[in-house]
Design a protein around this ligand. Structure first.
Ligand code: ADP
Ligand code: MG
Length: 420
């Protein structure tokens, strides 16, 4: 199946201009109290009482308080926070499975808080797809039926239902499993069915609540990759709930950090890591594996010195002596990487009157600027040379030295040890 040419699944336009014009979802001052007397609860909140103190006094739960944010078309917006911080309540307000106590929720400019049941059903059907942690598949129906179920409710004829269902299953890598029963599938496969089912109505917006949290770490990472891949092709707007920072950093274009029903910080992954808004965020960030977050371009140095391959072995020798190094990278006129020459080989070449092209070692590992430190560390461990960072055109962008990686990790963790 060719996804780009699919008639069923439109790839929504990725237009930077329309982004700034209209948000897909705007949440404005959203509050939700679980309890009989929200007014009293809110009064207490206004006098500065915490969620916990309010609960002590009234037994009411301030699950969300004055939450505001905007989600742009095509964005993966992550809601992150500890268990009980209000993520699920917030997500369920957005499709109004939970009624807000106050505030507005605009979807495509329409406030859904005032909508009646018919209007709501229409919005849910046309615009929203939902995926939960528990797969919630119908146990006595086949995988294909599970995917096509939503379409059945919408009165779409059987033939088209199944055609779409099968296309969706292929899209999530389950093309062969339409006739299986849910109980025959692994957890990862079940969640693929959940994803296909959510996409069945061709929704503009996907709401995902801890969708991958029940999966084994390996399968979980695979599903994350797949979601990113799918998003690349379909360009939906996604609100993704997770309590896992690594997952949030990997998936999120932006992340909203929640605590006790309030949003404490919104930013890109880089912003959140670089400037944690408060101690709560810092605590979250302290647990991050920096090797996954930093990339080659964060730790590389200017590629100096380098030898032009036209320059000859004498010049290369001179560079190495001057900089007291045992090898030097060789580039062409356009700074495209040709390889590396060693001091020994160069000495030999000078003596024999040979050029650099005869001694250049072309089999050197390289990485792209966005390669993660995890990738670099394993490569650099096996290579006697610094790591060359090259762009798509093989142009040399920078060099990564072992010490720079260790230094960057130490600095980011905040325990700088200058001796490394
Ligand atoms: P999260 O998804 O971040 O773990 P939730 O949104 O499920 O958090 O819960 C937020 C708060 O609201 C918690 O304190 C939780 O106990 C409370 N809560 C959630 N649902 C209900 C409910 N139906 N009735 C009463 N309290 C609830
Ligand atoms: Mg939850």
């Amino acid at each position: 199946m060719k996804l780009e040419g699919s008639v069923i699944f439109k790839k929504l336009p990725r237009d930077e201009h329309s982004r700034s014009l209209q948000t897909t979802i705007s949440v404005e001052g959203l509050t939700r109290v679980f309890g009989k007397d929200p007014e009293k609860t809110l009064k207490l909140r206004n006098t500065g009482r915490s969620k916990e103190e309010i609960y002590e006094e009234t037994k009411e739960i301030l699950a969300l308080y004055n939450v505001s944010f905007e989600v742009m078309p095509g964005e993966i917006f992550v809601l992150m926070g500890l268990s009980g911080s209000g993520k699920s309540t917030l997500l369920r307000c957005i499709n109004r499975l939970i009624e807000p106590t106050s505030g507005r929720i605009l979807i495509g400019g329409e406030d859904i808080v005032g909508m009646n049941q018919d209007e709501l059903r229409e919005i849910r059907r046309r615009k929203l797809g939902m995926i939960f942690q528990s797969f919630a598949l119908l146990p006595h129906r086949t995988v294909l039926d599970n995917v096509a179920f939503g379409l059945e409710i919408q009165g779409i004829p059987e033939e088209e239902r199944y055609r779409r269902g099968e296309e969706l299953l292929r899209m999530v890598g389950l093309g062969e499993h339409g006739a299986s029963m849910p109980s025959q599938l692994s957890g990862g496969m079940k969640q693929r069915v959940g994803l296909a089912r959510a996409l069945a109505g061709d929704p503009e917006i996907l709401l995902m609540d801890e969708a991958f949290s029940a999966l084994d770490p390996l399968i979980r990472r695979e599903m994350q990759d797949e979601l990113l891949d799918l998003q690349q092709r379909l360009n939906r707007t996604i609100i993704f709930v997770t309590h896992d920072l690594d997952e949030a950093l990997k998936l999120g274009d932006r992340i909203a950090l929640m605590r006790d029903g309030e949003v404490v910080q919104i930013g890109t992954p880089e912003e959140i890591l670089a400037n944690p808004g408060d101690a709560y965020v810092e605590q979250f960030v302290a647990g991050v594996d920096m090797t996954k977050v930093l990339s080659a371009s964060d730790v590389m140095r200017r590629p100096e010195p380098v030898a032009r391959c036209t320059a000859g072995s004498r010049v290369a020798l001179h560079l190495m002596e001057e900089h007291d190094i045992g090898s030097v990278f060789v580039v062409d006129r356009e700074r495209r990487l040709k390889g590396i020459v060693t001091l020994d080989d160069t000495l030999e070449a000078v003596r024999a009157g040979r050029g650099l092209e005869e001694i250049v070692i072309t089999d050197v590992p390289t990485v792209a600027p966005d390669a993660s430190l995890t990738d670099i560390i394993s490569l650099i461990a096996e290579s006697p040379y610094p790591m060359a960072v090259v762009d798509d055109d093989s142009r040399l962008q920078g060099l990564v030295f072992r010490g720079a990686i260790l230094g960057a990790l130490a600095r980011k963790r905040g325990d700088v040890d200058e001796s490394t």
